[in-house]
Structures are given as structure tokens and as C-alpha cells.
Write a protein that binds this ligand. Structure first.
Ligand SMILES: Nc1ncnc2c1ncn2[C@@H]1O[C@H](COP(=O)(O)OP(=O)(O)OP(=O)(O)O)[C@@H](O)[C@H]1O
Length: 260
């Protein structure tokens, strides 16, 4: 469980996150939606240690993790993916996955000289794990492909795969569906649901595609102007007056109603 208490993140005088409080239940796929500039990515960045908060607290399973750097959060099983995928483009897809787990013996020179057998064993295990991940994500056919040649949607799947190479507990996905075709979006949605149901991953998902949010997420948290505006099941949220106003603006909404 992640608890966010009265979180602020200001940029100069601008309050990108302005007193947001919310909970992400263990075992949930929680959606985070809101109009452009609502503060969603900034909130993610603060939770994931990419940005320090101006004030407020983030608690994970009872432990205060406010302001911990990303690598420490990574060891606790908290991972964040970015709107733009961060693959190593000239390496193969499989190699990208094999790079993820920290503390591999091959990383130290001493081990390179004296621990050849151990390194070979580790590599074999990593390779097997990477192949299992590719199989789970239904992209085994691109294992040897350079990651830079993947389509946008395949890169998003690779990001999910990187989360599977470590014992992730909670994964923050930023606009996982942006620029992805419908078929691959379905594959990504299925992978998220299976990771959640079969492997116990908790997800928090920022996404603008409401079909995707509706299919995947419960609850959905709505942010506007740096604050939490509403929370509930997707169907209720989409009928919530305050949410509709936040998206359309009062003037636009009235015009739409006059036009109806
Ligand atoms: N590093 C920064 N410096 C100054 N302002 C910033 C910075 N990062 C974000 N902002 C501002 O904070 C506000 C919230 O941005 P944020 O990216 O968190 O919104 P968002 O809800 O994720 O929007 P979108 O859906 O468009 O990605 C925006 O007005 C943005 O311009």
C-alpha cells in the first residue's frame, strides 16, 4: 500500500502538486487521470524519487519513503516507467532485459577474471528469465531484434518486461498507451491484468485513453490543479459532475449542454 499525505511540489511559485492525498491499495490497478497539466506526472515523479517534494509524505507499507532516490525504491520493489520508453536501442531486446537485475557478478573486474563459471551460470539464468518474460508478453519473436527497431507499443511491452526482471511490487506506468495501436494496446492491457492477477503486481496507471482505464482500473483517482478531485469506480467517475467540469471547463460544458 502506498499512502500519499498532503503532498506538494512547487516549481517556483507554481503549485504543480498542491496538497494531494491518496492511497494505492496493494493488489489494485489504480488509474490516475486528469486534464493536461493536472500534476499527474509530477506526482509520479515525487513518489518514485525522481523529484523531491516541497512538502508532504509518501509511505509504503508503513515505511516513510519520502524523497528516497529511485535506486533505493527499486530495491524495495517500487518502479516507475516513463512516457517515453528508455530502451538501449543498439542492444537486442533480450539483452535489454538481461541488463535489468542489479548486482550481477560480471559487473566487477575481479569477478570477470576469477569467477568465469559463476558468471556463465548467472548469464544462463538471466537469459532463461528474459526468455520467460518475452514469452509471457508474447514478443518472443523479437528477442534478437535491436530494441531501437521496435514499434512504440513493443517498446512499452519491453518496459513492462524490465519490471518483470526484478521482484517489482508496485509499478507506476506513465501513459503506457500513448501512440500505441489498438492491437498492441490490448496486449499491454492483458499483460497488466495477468501480472496483477497471476503475479500480484500492484499498478498505478496514468492514461488518457478512457476505454483502457475503464477496462483495467479500479479505483480511478482524478486529479485537477494539483489536487485529488474524485475517486471511485471508472463508471461512477465518468458521470461525476466535478470531473466532467474539470475536463471540459464550465463554459465549454454549458455550451455542450445548450447544443444538446
Ligand atoms: N520541471 C518543471 N518546471 C516547471 N513547471 C513544471 C515542471 N514540470 C511540470 N511543470 C508544470 O507542472 C504542471 C503539471 O505538470 P504534469 O506534467 O505533472 O501534468 P500532467 O497531469 O502529467 O499533464 P499531462 O497529462 O499533460 O502529461 C504543468 O503546468 C507543467 O507545466
Amino acid at each position: 500500500m502506498i499512502e500519499v499525505h498532503d503532498l506538494h511540489r512547487h516549481f517556483g511559485g507554481f503549485r504543480a502538486v498542491d496538497g494531494a492525498s491518496l492511497q494505492i491499495r496493494t493488489g489494485s490497478i489504480t488509474g490516475l487521470i486528469g486534464p493536461n497539466g493536472a500534476g499527474k506526472s509530477t506526482l509520479f515523479n515525487v513518489i518514485a524519487g525522481v523529484l523531491p517534494p516541497t512538502s508532504g509524505r509518501v509511505v509504503m507499507d508503513g515505511e516513510d519513503i519520502t524523497g528516497l532516490p529511485p535506486h533505493e525504491l527499486f530495491h524495495k520493489g517500487l518502479l516507475r516507467t516513463f512516457q517515453m520508453a528508455h530502451e538501449f536501442s543498439s542492444m537486442s531486446v533480450r539483452e535489454n532485459l538481461m541488463m535489468v537485475p542489479p548486482g550481477q557478478s560480471g559487473e566487477s573486474l575481479w569477478n570477470t577474471w576469477f569467477g568465469r563459471k559463476r558468471i556463465a551460470n548467472e548469464e544462463r539464468a538471466l537469459r532463461a528469465r528474459a526468455d520467460e518474460v518475452l514469452d509471457f508478453l508474447t514478443i518472443s519473436h523479437v528477442a534478437e531484434e535491436k530494441a531501437g527497431n521496435l514499434s512504440g507499443g513493443q517498446k512499452k511491452l519491453l518496459e513492462l518486461g524490465r519490471c518483470m526482471m526484478v521482484e517489482a511490487k508496485i509499478v507506476f506506468l506513465d501513459e503506457v498507451g500513448a501512440g500505441v495501436n489498438r492491437t498492441l494496446l490490448g496486449t499491454i492491457a492483458d499483460a497488466i491484468i495477468r501480472l496483477n492477477k497471476e503475479r500480484g503486481y500492484t499498478f498505478c496507471v496514468i492514461e488518457h485513453d478512457m476505454d483502457f482505464i475503464g477496462k483495467l482500473c479500479d479505483p480511478v483517482i482524478v486529479m485537477a490543479e494539483g489536487k485529488v478531485l474524485a475517486e471511485g469506480p471508472a463508471a461512477h467517475i465518468m458521470e461525476n459532475e466535478a470531473v466532467i467540469e474539470a475536463y471540459l471547463g464550465r463554459g465549454l460544458k454549458n455550451k455542450a449542454m445548450v447544443g444538446a
